[in-house]
Design a protein around this ligand. Structure first.
Ligand SMILES: Nc1ncnc2c1ncn2[C@@H]1O[C@H](COP(=O)(O)OP(=O)(O)OC[C@H]2O[C@@H]([n+]3cccc(C(=O)O)c3)[C@H](O)[C@@H]2O)[C@@H](O)[C@H]1O
Ligand SMILES: Nc1ncnc2c1ncn2[C@@H]1O[C@H](COP(=O)(O)OP(=O)(O)OP(=O)(O)O)[C@@H](O)[C@H]1O
Ligand SMILES: [Mg+2]
Length: 275
């Protein structure tokens, strides 16, 4: 790799807050302390997060529960609302239930996002919105589902004086692999700066079920391609993304794919542009 390529790699990692060193126990402590401090300093009384059955929300969910328990021990009443937000019947519902058993949240709220998500699409079609083809429509519908989850979580935060927690981490941030104002919308992002393998290391250190920690990541938003692996959608592996962010050598094709995605999704990591 050329010197300029290495410099760009380092600059992007710095921009996304990826540390050069990593200690799972320390990171757990730092991130739980962060969530607890946000609760006490804002005076708010709840954390809200959707639990999918994937590793990111399993880890973030456990951090949330530990944080509210710590806040309560310090005399600040706070609750963690874990939300199940299936689109109809979720194929890996068993994983979501396993995640909840591990997290042991104060409350579980379940909202099926299918009726609202489907109604939104139907109304758009009735209004005359057109798509290139069925796959394009299904893709946009997928982003509607992610935003429907955001609506449900913000409603619970509004109802219970809470803060919405997001699962944004460095591997998704660098590729812009999230729905803008959907799962990308949150008040607190406790996994920020972590590569995917470091999220998994937190999961192991927290004692999360191994099957969840090592589960193939999926956004699972497209009905025509249910459970599609993120890596198939991204065209690059999480190992390569993590190596890139941790300053390790990556092959030319992976490097170019990551940098191109990073540039194209710059707008997703910023506030809306104005004149
Ligand atoms: N240059 C620019 N400057 C300012 N804004 C720009 C823009 N280009 C597009 N935009 C806006 O951004 C929109 C596109 O962004 P967005 O709506 O997010 O849509 P988009 O990035 O096309 O799709 C979201 C991607 O994230 C994936 N995802 C979503 C949710 C969760 C996960 C997961 O890992 O679990 C993954 C999903 O599978 C899909 O591949 C455009 O419609 C436009 O409104
Ligand atoms: N079916 C669902 N029920 C509840 N929350 C969900 C659901 N699907 C997605 N989410 C929320 O959207 C977030 C983004 O999804 P994403 O797939 O990136 O994370 P994950 O499923 O936790 O882990 P992974 O990326 O490994 O699949 C989740 O962490 C979760 O908070
Ligand atoms: Mg997932």
């Amino acid at each position: 790799m050329s010197e300029s390529a290495i410099a760009l790699q380092q600059e992007i990692a710095r921009e996304l807050g990826v540390d050069q060193t990593f200690d799972a126990e320390q990171e757990i402590e730092r991130r739980v302390a962060f969530l607890t401090e946000r609760l006490t300093s804002t005076g708010l009384r709840a954390l809200v997060l959707g639990i999918s059955g994937g590793v990111d929300s399993t880890v973030a969910g456990r951090l949330c529960q530990l944080a509210v328990e710590r806040a309560r021990a310090a005399g600040h009443e706070a609750r963690f609302y874990a939300m199940r937000l299936p689109y109809g019947i979720q194929a890996d519902e068993g994983d979501a239930q396993l995640a909840l058993s591990f997290i042991r949240p104060d409350r579980v709220l379940t909202v099926d996002i299918k009726p609202a998500g489907d109604a939104a699409l139907e109304d758009l079609l009735a209004a005359g919105v057109t798509f290139r083809d069925a796959r394009h429509q299904d893709f946009v519908h997928g982003n509607i589902k992610a935003r429907q989850r955001m609506i449900a979580q913000y409603a619970v935060a509004g109802a219970h004086d809470g803060l919405v927690v997001g699962t944004d981490q460095a591997a998704e941030a660098v590729t812009g692999f999230f729905t803008k104002f959907g799962d990308g919308a949150a008040d607190l992002v406790p996994l920020t700066g972590l590569t995917k393998r470091r999220v998994r290391a937190l999961g192991d250190a927290l004692g999360a079920p191994s099957g969840l920690v090592r589960k193939i990541p999926t956004a699972d938003l497209e009905s025509l391609d249910a459970g599609k692996a993120d890596e198939d959608a991204l065209g690059v592996t999480y190992d390569a993304i993590d190596d890139f962010l941790e300053g390790k050598p990556v092959d030319r094709q992976a490097f170019d794919t990551i940098v191109e995605r990073y540039r194209l999704t710059d707008h997703k990591r910023r506030l809306p542009a104005g004149p």
